[in-house]
Design a protein. Sequence first.
Length: 119
Amino acid sequence: QVQLVESGGGLVQPGESLRLSCAASGFSFSMYTIRWYRQAPGKERELVAAIGNDGGSTNYADSVKGRFTISRDNAKNLGFLQMNSLKPEDTAVYYCNAVHVIRQFGDHWGQGTQVTVSS
C-alpha cells in the first residue's frame, strides 16, 4: 500500500524553527523527486521546495530561500523540510509530493500537516 505521511507541523512563534518529515512506504522512494507544497487559507497551493531523487539538486521558492532546507534520506525513505526563521506568512498546510522521475508513472501525495506561525 502506497503511503506518504507528513509530520512535524505545529504552532510556533515568529523566528522559531520546525522540521517537517515525510515518510514513504509502498513504492521505490529513490525513484521519486520530492516536493513540498503549502496552501494557506484562500490561496492557491504553492511549491515551496524540491529535491532530486538522488538528493543532488534542490530548488526553492524565492519566499523561503535562505530559511528553508529540503533534504532526504533514501535509506530510510524519508524526506525533510527544515524551516528556520519562520514568519506568520509561512502559516499553511504543508504537503509532501513524490513525483516519479518518469513523469508518466505518476505521483503520490501526503495528507498534509498544519504549520501555524503566530505570536
